[in-house]
Design a protein around this ligand. Structure first.
Ligand SMILES: Cc1cc2nc3c(=O)[nH]c(=O)nc-3n(C[C@H](O)[C@H](O)[C@H](O)COP(=O)(O)OP(=O)(O)OC[C@H]3O[C@@H](n4cnc5c(N)ncnc54)[C@H](O)[C@@H]3O)c2cc1C
Length: 481
C-alpha cells in the first residue's frame, strides 16, 4: 500500500487502525476496543483514555517499521512499558491521533555475562524476571521498586527510576551501560556497549534516560551487574522523629561501612494502611513511636552482615537514638517487613483518590520541609490526613494527602488541587524538586512548565526539534513544544 493512498483512505481511527494492520500485520496491531482499553488506563485506575491502535512489535525491526508506518499515517506514538508509571506518561491524551506502542513482547534476555559483570536485555523484560534470571547466575541487578513485578527495564530507563537501593547503587542512569533506540525517523541507534569506560565524545545514551519516550523508543539495554549480596540483614526500628531518622541514616552510612542498601522512612499510620491492604500482615513492633525506619544492610563474600547490624543497633539503642527495633530472623520475616512498606501504598489507594507527591530536598532540610508542609496542609485542609514516607537517604519523600473519609469525587478533586498548591508553595521555598523519581509525564507537565528556567527550556526545545522534528514521540508528555 502506498503512503499517499493510506493517508487518503484512512480518515477515522478505525480506518487508521486497518491501515496499520495492513502495513504491519494483524498479529502486531490489536483491533478489539476492549483489549485496547487495558493499555489506556493508568495504574491507579483514576484515568482512562483511548487510542487509535495498540501496536505490539516482537523485534527492533518491527518497532522501526511501526515508527515509519505511524509517520506515514500522521500518527504520533506513546511508548508503553509495564504501565506502572504514576504520572500518565504512557497513556495517550489525544486518542484520535495517538497509538500506544507496547514493548511487552520484546522481553528476551540477550546475554548475561558474569565475567564482564553485565547483561544485555530487551526493553520489555519485566524487572523482577530480569533480576531473578540474573540472580540464578550468582549476580545482582540492584534496581528494586514496589512495581517490579510489572514494570519493564525499558520503562525504568525511560523514567530513570529510583527505588529503594538508590542510596547505595544510584538511580537507573548509573546502572545503564548502553542502549539500542529506534529514533523518530525509524532509524536504529545501536549503542549496546558493555564498556565501563568510554569517553569518546558526548554520551548520547544519556539523552534517552529519563526522556519518558519523548525522543525515541528504547528497544534494548545493557546494564551493570554486581555480585549477588547473599548476606542481608533487615531491621524495623522505632524512633522519636524524622530528624532522628536522618541522624541515624548518617550514622549508619559511616558505621556500616557504606554497606547499607536501603533506608526507608514510614509514619505509624503505615501499619494501619498496610493492614487495610493485607489484613493478615504481622506487625512485629509497637505502633507507639512517631517515626519508623526500615533499614537493610547487605553484602557478598567474607563480611559478617548480621554481626554488623547487631553491633550497630546495640550502639544506637544504648544512645537512645533508636527506641525500639526488630531484626528479621528469616527471609520470610524480612519479606513481611518489606510488605509493610509496599502495602502502605496499596492501603492509600484503597482509601480512594488522593494527592500524591514525589518530592526531593537536600537531606539536611528534609525534616523541616516535612514539618512545614504537613502543618500548612493541616491548616489549609482540616480533616485531610498527610502521610509522609519514602527514600529518606536520598532526600526523597512522598508527602501524600488523603481526603477525609466520605468525601465526594468532586470534593476529592478540589482537595487534591488545593493540597498540591499548598505543598508546592512550601517546596518552592526550599528549591526542591517536584519529581524526585517518577518523572513528569502528563500529570506534572503544568508544574514542570511553570518552574522551567528559560535557558533550560531553550535547550530542551532545540533538542526536541533536532531529534524529533515532526513531534511524533509522546507529544504532551513532559512539555508541549
Ligand atoms: C506500587 C508502585 C511503586 C513504585 N515505586 C517506585 C519507586 O520506588 N521508584 C520509582 O522511580 N518509581 C516507582 N514507581 C513508578 C514506576 O514503577 C516507575 O516509573 C517505572 O520505572 C515505570 O516503568 P514501566 O515499565 O511501568 O513504564 P511505563 O509506565 O509504561 O512508562 C513510563 C514512561 O516511560 C515511557 N516508556 C516506557 N517504555 C519505554 C521504552 N521502551 N522506550 C521509550 N519510552 C518508554 C512511557 O512512554 C512513559 O512516558 C512505582 C509505581 C508503583 C505502581
Amino acid at each position: 500500500m502506498t503512503s499517499a493512498g493510506t493517508i487518503e483512505d484512512a480518515k477515522g481511527p478505525a480506518e487508521l487502525r486497518l491501515a496499520l494492520r495492513q502495513m504491519l500485520g494483524e498479529d502486531i496491531v490489536l483491533s478489539e476496543t476492549e483489549e485496547m482499553l487495558r493499555f489506556c488506563r493508568d495504574w491507579h485506575g483514576d484515568v482512562t483514555s483511548g487510542t487509535v491502535a495498540v501496536i505490539r512489535p516482537r523485534s527492533t525491526q518491527q518497532v522501526a517499521a511501526a515508527v515509519k508506518a505511524c509517520r506515514e499515517l500522521g500518527l504520533s506514538i506513546v511508548p508503553q512499558g509495564g504501565n506502572t508509571g504514576l504520572v500518565l506518561g504512557a497513556i495517550p491524551d489525544a486518542p484520535e491521533r495517538q497509538v500506544v506502542l507496547s514493548l511487552s513482547r520484546m522481553n528476551r534476555i540477550r546475554k548475561i555475562d558474569p565475567a564482564d559483570f553485565s547483561a544485555v536485555v530487551e526493553s520489555g523484560c519485566i524487572l523482577s524476571e530480569l533480576k531473578d534470571a540474573i540472580a540464578k547466575m550468582g549476580m545482582f541487578f540492584p534496581l528494586a521498586l514496589g512495581a517490579q513485578g510489572s514494570c519493564q527495564i525499558g520503562g525504568n530507563v525511560s523514567t530513570n527510576a529510583g527505588g529503594v537501593n538508590v542510596l547505595r547503587y544510584g538511580m537507573t542512569r548509573e546502572l545503564v551501560l548502553g542502549l539500542e533506540v529506534v529514533l523518530p525517523d525509524g532509524s536504529i541507534l545501536e549503542g549496546l556497549s558493555t564498556l565501563r569506560k568510554d569517553n569518546r565524545g558526548i554520551d548520547l545514551k544519556q539523552l534517552f534516560i529519563g526522556a519518558e519516550g519523548t525522543l525515541g523508543i528504547i528497544t534494548a539495554v545493557s546494564v551493570k551487574l554486581t555480585p549477588y549480596p547473599d548476606h542481608v540483614a533487615t531491621a524495623l526500628l522505632g524512633l522519636a522523629s524524622l530528624e532522628d531518622a536522618i541522624k541515624l541514616y548518617r550514622r549508619a552510612r559511616r558505621d556500616c561501612c557504606d554497606l547499607m542498601s536501603a533506608f526507608e522512612f514510614m509514619p505509624p499510620l503505615a501499619f494501619t494502611l498496610a493492614q487495610e491492604a493485607m489484613p493478615d500482615l504481622p506487625i512485629p513492633i509497637s505502633a507507639e513511636y512517631p517515626a519508623y525506619v526500615l533499614m537493610e544492610i547487605s553484602g557478598s563474600g567474607l563480611i559478617d552482615i548480621d554481626d554488623l547490624m547487631q553491633r550497630f543497633l546495640e550502639g544506637v539503642m544504648e544512645e537512645g537514638l533508636v527506641l525500639d527495633g526488630t531484626i528479621a530472623a528469616s527471609q520470610t520475616q524480612a519479606r513481611n517487613l518489606w510488605l509493610i512498606r509496599e502495602g502502605m501504598n496499596e492501603g492509600q489507594a484503597k482509601r480512594g483518590t488522593h494527592m500524591r507527591t514525589d518530592i526531593s530536598v537536600p537531606l539536611s532540610q528534609l525534616a523541616s520541609f516535612v514539618e512545614e508542609a504537613e502543618k500548612a496542609v493541616s491548616e489549609a485542609l482540616p480533616g485531610a490526613v498527610s502521610v509522609s514516607y519514602g527514600h529518606v537517604g536520598d532526600g526523597n519523600v512522598h508527602l501524600n494527602v488523603l481526603p477525609p473519609a466520605g468525601s465526594t469525587p468532586e470534593e476529592r478533586i478540589q482537595l487534591i488541587y488545593r493540597a498540591k498548591t499548598v505543598v508546592n508553595e512550601v517546596l518552592d521555598r526550599y528549591t526542591g524538586s517536584i519529581s524526585a523519581e517518577h518523572g513528569i509525564g502528563r500529570l506534572k507537565r503544568p508544574d514542570f512548565d511553570a518552574r522551567l528556567p528559560a535557558s533550560r527550556r531553550k535547550l530542551l526545545t532545540a533538542l526536541k526539534h533536532a531529534v524529533d522534528p515532526e513531534m511524533i514521540m509522546n507529544p504532551g508528555c513532559q512539555l508541549r513544544f
